[in-house]
Write a protein that binds this ligand. Sequence first.
Ligand code: NAP
Length: 272
Amino acid sequence: MVTARAGVIGHPISHSFSPKLHGRWIEKYGLDARYDPVDGRDEETFVRLVRSFAEDGFVGANVTIPFKRLAYETVDELTETARKIGAVNLLIERDGKLIGDNTDAAGFAAALQSMGLAQTPKRARLLGAGGAAPAIVVALQAAGIGNIEIFNRTHAKAEELSARFGCETGDWERRNEGLEGIDLLVNSTSLGMEGQPPLGVEPMGLPGHAGVIDIITTPRQTALLAAAKARGLKTLNGLPMLVYQAIPSFEAWFGIRPDDPDEAIAFLETAA
Ligand code: NAP
């Protein structure tokens, strides 16, 4: 009989790397626990699943597309971070209460720091204004990046995000323009992901000191990252963010803070 259960709830969910990652830590630390992918299917199913955590033996779960906002609206308590971001990616069942937190910003911030850019970026361009974008904006601002410009296909979403956090917006069709003034380019759209159309951004115009992050994990090297690498720019895929957001999740449920991010990232780089 397993004593503690956790998992990742989303739809679809079969592509998630999280069960491999947490499963590796559960084994490494010899815990009597399991971490499973859970198909949240639809809103009603999602709410029913998370509301029966206690009776199903769950200590909590990660939340992924498309339920981060619904999780925010469903929990009993929100952390200050979750409130600021407006989304929940971490659920914790504690004393009969469901707590909603967000570790995506901390995950992105740690990933950015691990890049070891020669200088703190002054101006960043964020592509995308979907579910992952607010956490990235929060992390960029926490890293001291004062100028953030957001480009999104649906301009109204870029405007809304921009207004919330005091950023600028750009016209999606002009996302390749003005790159010479950008120190950090981040893709948070799903373009370039397996089965999705290409992103259509050429990193040729970026200055030589610029960094490029693509938070996509499948494929591990997107066309954007390949082109940036070929130019000699520092790049990062989505795996470091995934690992660094998972560390505080694991700690919140099981009381152990995994201390091997580099090994975990290397493991996911080659995991089937
Ligand atoms: P989302 O809420 O569905 O947002 C998708 C974004 O992509 C929106 O900005 C959307 O623009 C844009 N987009 C989609 N199709 C497009 C198209 N044909 N042309 C132009 N733009 C398009 O997804 P999300 O939660 O933000 O996640 C985005 C990506 O990040 C996914 O690949 C996800 O797997 C990845 N991710 C990685 C991590 C990590 O830890 N590494 C964490 C979270 C997410 P519109 O607003 O115009 O629709």
